[in-house]
Design a protein around this ligand. Structure first.
Ligand SMILES: [Zn+2]
Ligand SMILES: [Zn+2]
Length: 388
């Protein structure tokens, strides 16, 4: 399968660069979706467009089992600074997370699997908006699932490029492999006035300093030391003049967790921290935006990927990723069907280009490898369907 994927290397690079030049933000992936839909139709896949707003679903084969392969298509609001022939042509928008590569590889899978025979059905899930939610705070995966994209799925697989892992290697772990995330929007409400007469005010900046202390105590004082948890305040806004105490201060923050109980504790403790304002004469408002669930890799799905990758790349090329608290909305798909995501080595040796940076880039030699791994994983699942 790797040889077959390498024979379409130029095509993979061409797709990736075409998408890279024309990046589109979440739920605006119209050109990308059109390229995907047209390519899959020409290859003989049954194609549905506008699934989950701008997503595309393509199917080949009939009946059960049904295996899903997912690629995200959205770009980020970042100005690319790379001076390459395929650099973004859209000011302020860039594929800085590698979703262009994910989409190109899934088109590669469409090309390779069209030539194979297999029992059951393959469903390609070209997903919009992994990085952002819409006006209701809902991202691409749950939007596609609401439109039926995960119905009857028996297993689902995906990959993400890792620009800090050498080409030819992959990493994957069993169990929780990315964090759940929620966002909070809080307002600390006081009663403003002249900076020279603080005794006539309820100073929300002072109250906020206490709230920040309390919020930063949550992980160290309220969460079990063996449980991963993060609470970070990313924005504090209040006041405009040296001699005016404002009426309120706004706080925005993110929380990360693996276990649902930890999510509950953190949410309650953020509320408790804000309640400090009340005995001191102030008040607060708190709104939660519930984000992505933790991504759970099913042990058997992980085993299929590991076996395929070891055969294709070599025993010592398959590792375990470092633990970290990033979030990934593929977790919505693995709530619907057993599945797993692996990280694909895509590093430019000697010059690491981290994701979400204006210098991000990958070594394109990873493209046939990711394509072959996804295609072979799907076939292996369909031919042995151990998850049913
Ligand atoms: Zn990203
Ligand atoms: Zn990403």
């Amino acid at each position: 399968m790797l040889k077959k994927a390498q024979s379409i290397h130029d095509k993979l690079v061409q797709w990736r660069r075409q998408i890279h030049r024309h990046p589109e933000l979440g739920f605006q992936e119209l050109q990308t979706a059109q390229l995907v839909a047209e390519t899959c139709r020409q290859l003989g896949w049954r194609v549905k467009t506008f699934v989950g707003k701008t997503g595309v679903v393509a199917e080949l084969g009939e009946g059960k089992p049904c295996v899903g392969l997912r690629a995200d298509m959205d770009a980020l609001p970042i100005q690319e600074i790379n001076d390459v022939e395929y650099a973004s042509e859209i000011p302020g928008v860039m594929h800085a997370c590698g979703h262009d590569a994910h989409t190109a590889m899934l088109l590669g899978v469409a090309t390779l699997l069209e030539k194979e025979t297999f029992p059951g059905k393959v469903r390609l899930l070209f997903q919009p908006a992994e990085e952002v939610g819409d006006e209701e705070g809902i991202s691409g995966a749950p939007r596609m699932i609401a439109d039926g994209a995960a119905d009857d799925l028996d297993a689902v697989f995906a990959l993400h490029v890792d620009s800090n892992l050498s080409v030819g290697k992959i990493t994957i772990n069993s169990g929780y492999s990315s964090a759940g995330v929620d966002t909070f929007y809080a307002a600390v409400i006081g009663n403003g006035g002249h900076g020279a007469f603080p005794h006539r005010t309820v100073d929300p900046i002072y109250l906020t300093s206490l709230v920040i202390q309390a919020i930063n105590g949550i992980v160290s004082r309220r969460i079990h030391p063996f449980e991963p948890a993060v609470v970070s305040i990313g924005a504090v806004h209040g006041g405009a003049a040296s001699n005016v105490i404002p009426d309120q201060v706004e706080l925005i923050g993110t929380i990360r967790y693996l276990q649902p109980e930890v999510q509950q504790i953190i949410q309650q403790e953020v509320e408790n921290a804000l309640q400090i304002t009340r005995p001191l004469g102030g008040d607060y408002q708190l709104k939660w935006e519930i984000g992505y669930p933790p991504m759970l890799n099913h042990p058997q799905a992980v085993e299929i990927i590991r076996t395929v990758a070891k055969q294709m790349l070599g025993e010592d090329q398959v590792g375990i990723p470092d633990n970290e608290m990033g979030a990934e909305d593929f977790g919505f798909f693995t709530q619907k069907a057993p599945g797993a995501m692996f990280y694909l080595g895509a590093k430019i040796e000697g010059d690491v280009r981290y994701g979400h940076q204006s210098r991000f880039d990958i070594d394109e030699r990873c493209l046939p490898i990711g394509t072959a791994l996804l295609a072979q994983t799907a076939l292996t699942h369909l031919r042995s369907h151990p998850l049913i």
